[in-house]
Every structure is written in C-alpha cells, then in structure tokens.
Design a protein around this ligand. Structure first.
Ligand code: IMP
Ligand code: MG
Length: 189
C-alpha cells in the first residue's frame, strides 16, 4: 500500500494518505466506462458537461477514450465552503454556454457524496429540455446519500472516507495527484 504524508497544510500536516486507486486501475475503469458509453450512445453525439473543477481529469480521460463524437462544456457550482464539510446549499457559479435543447447530455462529476449537487445539476439541465440526461461519476459514496439518486455510469463505489487526487481536492490542494488517495478512517477532518 502506497502512502504519503501531508506537508505544509496547517491542521492536516502529518496525516498519512493511502493510495486507494492507482493510475492503472483508474485508467482501466475509465476505459470500460468509455466503451459502455460509446456503445449506448452509438449514432448520437452527446454533450459531456463537466462539473468544475473536480471533474476535469476524469472528463478529459473519458472523452479521449470515447469511440463516438462528443461535445464538451462545463458548469461550475459550489457546495463546499472549505475543508470537508458541505454547506448543504448549492450555488451556480458558472452556467453552461452551449444549447442543450433536444441534445443528449451526460453530466460528468468527480464524486457523489450527499447527492445534493447531483440533484441540483440534474434539475438545472432538465430546465433546458434536453433529449436525455445521464450522470457519469467517477466515484460514488452511496452510504452518504441524503436523498435518492442514481447515476447511470459510476467508476467506483467508495466507503465514507475523504478522498483526494485525480481532480479531488482538499482546500484546492492535491487535485493534480495522478491517482486517488484517502485520508485515514475515523479521522475528524
Ligand atoms: P455532494 O453534493 O455532497 O454530493 O458533494 C459533491 C461534491 O463534494 C463533489 O463534487 C466534490 O467536489 C465534493 N466532495 C465530496 N466528497 C469529497 C471527497 O471525498 N473528496 C473531495 N471532494 C469531495
Ligand atoms: Mg465537485
């Protein structure tokens, strides 16, 4: 098991992170999802809507592996003020810029935790009357859901631990790690 020690991050300094999904494991799973989407969207040109900032690595890798044409756009919302605690409310910070009416939309997220962000995004996209909306999330903390939500494409179902890397951040740090790391279990972040 690979580990790394957090440096220069105030109260998080000294915490030991464990690698839970290596680059290779992520790559293989993203490839499988891309194959599945390519089959299910054959003959269509879906618009992938990446949720900034966390989804950018997943979206880029997924899009590169699709065997069908797609378009790409972004939306930005905020639900976390800082640290690891959700504020419970979701705010739209940047809207999509493409026209999605009658189009097939796939919302691309890094992780579903409480499900509040996912529900907000789905409602926001549905307001523009797309032909279809699906949700692709690399990670899904199913046990943390506070409402009913299903994602059509999920990379990995994960336990309730705080994760960083491959787009996921803690106070904007660790996003650029190429694999996914977990903070210790039972740690009060
Ligand atoms: P939700 O609205 O509670 O489902 O939270 C979704 C958002 O919270 C994600 O898009 C992430 O930005 C963030 N988030 C939730 N869990 C984690 C985590 O373990 N690490 C980093 N960010 C997380
Ligand atoms: Mg996010």
């Amino acid at each position: 098991m690979k580990t790394r020690v957090v440096e220069n991050m105030g109260k998080y300094t000294g915490q030991v992170l464990e690698e839970i999904y290596s680059q290779e494991v992520i790559e293989n799973r993203v490839e499988e999802l891309a194959k599945q989407i390519s089959t299910e969207y054959a003959g269509r040109v879906p618009i992938l809507i990446g949720v900034l900032n966390g989804s950018v690595f997943f979206l880029a890798d997924l899009a590169k592996r699709l065997e069908i044409d797609c378009e790409i756009d972004f939306i930005k919302v905020s639900s976390y003020h800082s640290g690891t605690q959700s504020s419970g409310t979701v705010r739209l910070l940047k809207d999509i810029s493409c026209i999605i009416t009658d189009r097939d939309v796939i919302i691309v997220e890094d992780i579903i935790d409480s499900g509040l962000t996912a529900r907000f995004l789905k409602h926001r996209i549905l307001e523009n009357q797309p032909n279809s909306v699906a949700f692709a999330s690399l990670l899904f903390k199913r046990e943390c859901l506070k409402l009913e939500f299903e994602a059509e494409y999920v990379g990995f179902e994960v336990a309730d631990r705080f994760l960083v890397g491959y787009g996921l951040d803690l106070d904007q740090k660790f996003r650029n790690l190429p694999s996914i790391w977990a903070f210790p279990l039972n740690m009060n972040l």
